[in-house]
Design a protein around this ligand. Structure first.
Ligand code: BGC
Length: 414
């Protein structure tokens, strides 16, 4: 009798201890699987584990995240959502509207997020006024990456407009050098397209075309010019581009098999992971003029049961916005911190330029949320634009036909 009592009080004590100190757990779904991406996410995994958490990694390979989003939907539909998910832009609010997301306003209040984040990006992270996602970075999309020795040998400066890019590419082609490394996947075609829209059309044109989906703008002569430029770019790409992953295209520039890649600054993460230095081994320049095309990677927290998983969400939200994490993650990832108070001292020249251009763009109302990376449009509308962009890029469709199809596809998606 006495023995039984002792056992049950020990059990009760054990249970009480467990209840009081839930061990933070997080199953984290993301698509950071390339060299630079994996090095970056490892920083968070290590911090999470060092702070008493247990991280279960759920990487779903596939640049741009399409495969990850399919995996997410399957998990949510089966009633088993991951604890934290790499999400961006309006898809955060779409999941919230489906009733799937939790709220992390208590962490945001305790850590003062409203003071720490640029006002211009806060709305991406809030659902009905409360924080429902924690940002890790700000990526710039409209970059041209260049192999430094190819450019030097050819006497070419890093291009700062599409005209300069075309002139450089023509010269390189004449010398038998492949101008543009491109991966043939729809999201990569879309990434080129939005950089052309912003560079050729300018900030207001981009906003009317890819944020407002204004019909007159979508059907305009300027949009015909945009598709003309896409056709020109297609001519600078090799025959084997179809299906190529973005990081393999970056490797072509790193290895000197091609001069340029047009890609967001996660590509810089690949150069850095390969031990390359900006200004010496590679260059970054933007073809956009005053605008700044961006996306913000963040973790959104799904409704989950269990004190341990809920504790994991709070710990992850807190660490994600930690000052040191925002620095170290972004040094690896190629992006810049979302937090305003992180010193840029340790960042390279591309990071410093990105930070400076971001500030100017905020002042000049020229911040452009990326449509290709899910920041500007809801899923159906972005998909409608991308279908036409990729169909045009991968066929001999005329620019006029592309513009007509674009207007029809967008109208049908509304
Ligand atoms: C994400 C980046 C990622 C890239 C390539 C983008 O949409 O924002 O974090 O590195 O896709 O997968």
């Amino acid at each position: 009798m006495k023995k039984m009592l002792m056992v049950s009080s020990a059990l009760a004590l054990g249970l009480a201890t467990t209840a009081a100190k839930a061990e933070p757990q997080a199953e984290v779904l993301h698509w950071w699987t390339s060299g630079g991406e994996a090095a970056a996410v490892k920083v968070l995994m290590e911090e999470f584990n060092a702070n008493g958490g247990t991280w279960t990694d759920m990487p779903v390979a596939g640049g741009g995240g399409d495969a990850a989003m399919t995996a997410l939907r399957a998990r949510v539909l089966s009633g088993n959502a991951p604890t934290a998910v790499q999400l961006k832009g309006p898809s955060i609010q779409e999941w919230y509207e489906e009733g799937a997301l939790g709220n992390i306003q208590d962490v945001a209040d305790a850590e003062n997020w409203d003071e720490l984040l640029p006002e211009a990006i806060q709305y991406h992270l809030k659902c009905d006024g409360d924080y429902c996602a924690a940002p890790v970075n700000i990526h710039r999309i409209d970059w041209i990456w260049a192999n430094a020795s190819i450019l030097e040998d050819a006497g070419i400066e890093p291009p700062k407009s599409w005209d300069e890019f075309n002139a450089a590419a023509e010269k390189l082609q004449g010398m038998g050098i492949l101008p543009l490394a491109h991966g043939g996947q729809a999201w990569q075609d879309a990434t080129l397209f939005e950089a052309v829209v912003a560079g050729l059309g300018g900030t207001e044109f981009y906003k009317k075309a890819l944020i407002d989906l204004d019909m007159d703008t979508l059907k305009s002569d300027k949009m015909v010019e945009v598709f003309d430029q896409m056709r020109v770019l297609r001519g600078y790409v090799d025959d084997n581009f179809s299906g190529r992953d973005w990081n393999l295209a970056t490797a072509m520039v790193i290895n000197g098999e091609a001069a340029f890649q047009i890609m967001g600054d996660w590509a810089k993460g690949e150069f850095i992971a390969a031990g390359k230095e900006p200004g010496k081994d590679f260059y970054c320049s933007s073809p956009t003029g005053g605008g700044y095309l961006y996306n913000v990677d963040s973790f959104a927290f799904f409704n989950v049961d269990g004190d341990d998983r809920q504790a994991g969400q709070k710990l992850l939200a807190k660490l994600t916005m930690g000052k040191n994490f925002q620095k170290v993650f972004n040094l690896n990832k190629g992006s810049i911190p979302a937090r305003l108070d992180v010193s840029m001292d340790e960042f390279d020249s591309c990071g410093v330029q990105s930070n400076k251009d971001l500030g100017t763009a905020i002042e000049q109302n020229a911040l452009l949320p990326s449509y290709a990376h899910g920041m500007a449009l809801r899923g159906a509308q972005a998909g409608a634009v991308t279908d036409v962009v990729t169909a045009h890029f991968n066929s001999d469709m005329s620019s006029q036909e592309a513009v007509e199809q674009l207007a029809q596809a967008v109208a049908a998606s509304q």
